[in-house]
Design a protein around this ligand. Structure first.
Ligand code: NAD
Ligand code: 6OH
Length: 498
């Protein structure tokens, strides 16, 4: 089947209406809510909210599809379908970029280089992996001198509930959908209410790619007392995978507990970066500017705590300040734009409240701390200034709590041991980065980070086969490569007496 370009979005003169996708059909929900463009606060589309009955329909369709032709699809066929999905995403590249940009306000350049290519890559990587993934086998000597052969087979886990956030909407959704489908599951996805568009396009893409009805289902809505909660607590869901805030993770865990159902959680972070005086200065400053400000700081992996060895502290803060001040907040489609808005007015209020709190907590505002000025509709958007703080106590709330904006606190340190202690002083444990030209120190320090991912002289450099996830408030379990395949499947060990 070809990649038909189905028109998701209504002509520009009509407001677009985004529906849930259940059992191969777009279905209107019980009420409408607006999808706001964060660049200017305008209503980009209306979304219809799935209530509990629609979530039930989606789960029922997913369960039915598990027993249908999908069950008989072999690994090679499933892999071919995943490649097809990747191709269909690429054939609608501009449409995906436009939808992601409208929902998030992020620069077109960023969505074109990161979000949409990664969505296609997610499907390709797990297609490759499922084709080649082997499993253990053991020859067992038995007490009576005979033998047994043990080998494991991989079965789907069943209906997977996938709940995702708004910061990298398509990337994070496909990061879970791809391995779930690769393993032969069916899915019900609940994207963030802030970013419904690319998930809706993905539903069309699934249809174009020939994914059977009921295998991929999408329900739009909110979390609490809405589609998210209904999905997490549905008795017929076999596993829940979630990316989002730690507090939401706790609520989802409570919803899953009565069913004793596996969860995979990729949650928040308060990530540290350690910069040694022997670092390669310019690339480190450039890398740090990315680590702090990419996607307006709305990446769970962003560095919000930067520790710099004292001899280069002033110079480093000064250089990072220059980078922050070079960022250009602007319209997403403008080539010169390097900083988008935050996702929503609510989130901007939250980030601004931390900017105020930082002052109360004794911070020096090296740069930023406010809202950029515009003389057009961007005044109604949700922009904030990139901000650098110094001088706070480590115990300050701004140094301990995830802010999720374009902001970091920079603090000096005097020894390797002190830097490690400071970096690890957090209830989170997602990502860290170490910047040094001393190879021995790089390994020594990186290995002591209490984090699921530690980068050395780089940040957010991803190989999708590697373990990804965090500890503490940052999550439960690892996804990526075989870790994903193992979460999204049940192993059955077959033991044969020989
Ligand atoms: P969020 O937790 O508010 O929402 C995420 C999703 O959960 C949304 O779809 C929402 O509707 C749903 N939800 C909310 N309450 C629910 C409930 N009670 N039951 C079921 N579903 C519910 O997160 P967000 O604000 O969209 O995203 C930002 C957060 O996500 C940050 O904390 C960030 O660090 C984290 N994040 C983590 C990773 C990671 O890989 N570790 C990646 C991206 C974002
Ligand atoms: C969080 O905002 C970023 C998460 C990134 C991934 O899950 C990934 O696979 O790169």
């Amino acid at each position: 089947m070809g990649c038909r370009a189905v028109l998701l979005l209504a002509p520009e003169d009509k407001l677009k209406l985004l529906h849930s996708y259940i059992d191969g059909t777009f279905v209107a929900g019980r009420s409408e809510f607006p999808d706001i463009n964060p660049a200017d606060g305008s209503v980009a589309a209306m979304v219809t909210e799935a209530g509990p009955e629609m979530v039930d329909d989606a789960v029922t369709a997913a369960r039915r599809a598990l027993a249908g032709p999908w069950r008989r699809t072999g690994v090679r066929e499933r892999a071919a379908l995943l490649y097809r999905i990747a191709e269909c995403i690429e054939s609608r590249f501009e449409q995906f970029v436009a939808a992601e940009v409208t929902d998030t306000g992020k620069p077109v350049a960023l969505a074109s280089r990161l979000d949409v290519p990664r969505a296609a890559a997610n499907f390709r990587v797990f297609a490759d992996l499922i084709k080649t993934a082997g499993l253990e086998a053991f020859h067992t000597e038995t007490a009576d001198g005979r033998q047994a052969l043990n080998y494991a087979v991989r079965n789907p886990i069943g209906v997977v509930g996938i709940i995702t956030p708004w910061n990298l909407p398509l990337l994070l959704l496909t990061w879970k959908v791809a391995p779930a489908l690769a393993c032969g599951n069916t899915v019900v996805v609940k994207p963030s209410e802030e970013t419904p568009a690319t998930a809706t396009l993905l539903a069309e893409t699934m249809r174009d790619a020939g994914i059977p009805s009921g295998v991929f289902n999408l329900v739009h809505g909110f979390g609490e007392r809405s589609a998210g909660e209904a999905l997490a607590s549905h008795p017929d869901v076999n596993a829940v995978t979630f990316t989002g805030e730690s507090r939401t993770g706790a609520a989802i865990m409570r919803a899953c507990a009565p069913h004793v159902r596996p969860v995979s959680f990729e949650l928040g972070g308060k990530n540290a970066a350690i910069v040694f005086a022997d670092c390669d200065f310019e690339p480190t400053v450039t890398g740090m500017a990315d680590a702090v400000f990419l996607n307006t700081g709305q990446v769970c992996l962003c560095a919000e705590r930067v520790y710099v060895e004292r001899p280069i502290f002033d110079r480093f803060v000064d250089a990072l300040k220059k980078k922050a001040e070079q960022l250009r907040p602007g319209w997403p489609a403008d080539d010169t734009t390097t900083l988008g808005p935050l996702i929503s007015a609510t989130h901007r209020d939250k980030v601004m409240s931390y900017y105020r709190l930082a002052r109360e907590e004794g911070a020096t505002i090296v740069t930023g701390g406010g809202v950029p000025e515009f003389d057009d509709a961007r005044r109604n958007g949700f922009y904030v200034q990139p901000t650098i703080l110094t001088g706070m106590a480590e115990s300050a709330r701004c140094a301990q709590e995830e802010i999720f904006g374009p902001v970091c606190h920079v603090a000096p340190f005097d020894s390797e041991e002190e830097a490690i202690t400071l970096a690890n002083d957090t209830k989170y444990g997602l990502a860290a980065s170490v910047w040094t030209s001393n190879l021995g120190r790089a390994h020594r320090v990186a290995q002591q980070m209490r984090a699921g991912i530690t980068w050395v002289n780089c940040w957010f450099l991803r190989d999708l086969r590697t373990p990804f996830g965090g500890m503490g408030l940052s999550g439960i379990g690892r996804e990526g490569g075989m870790h994903s395949l193992n979460f999204y499947s049940e192993l059955n060990n077959v033991c044969i007496r020989i």
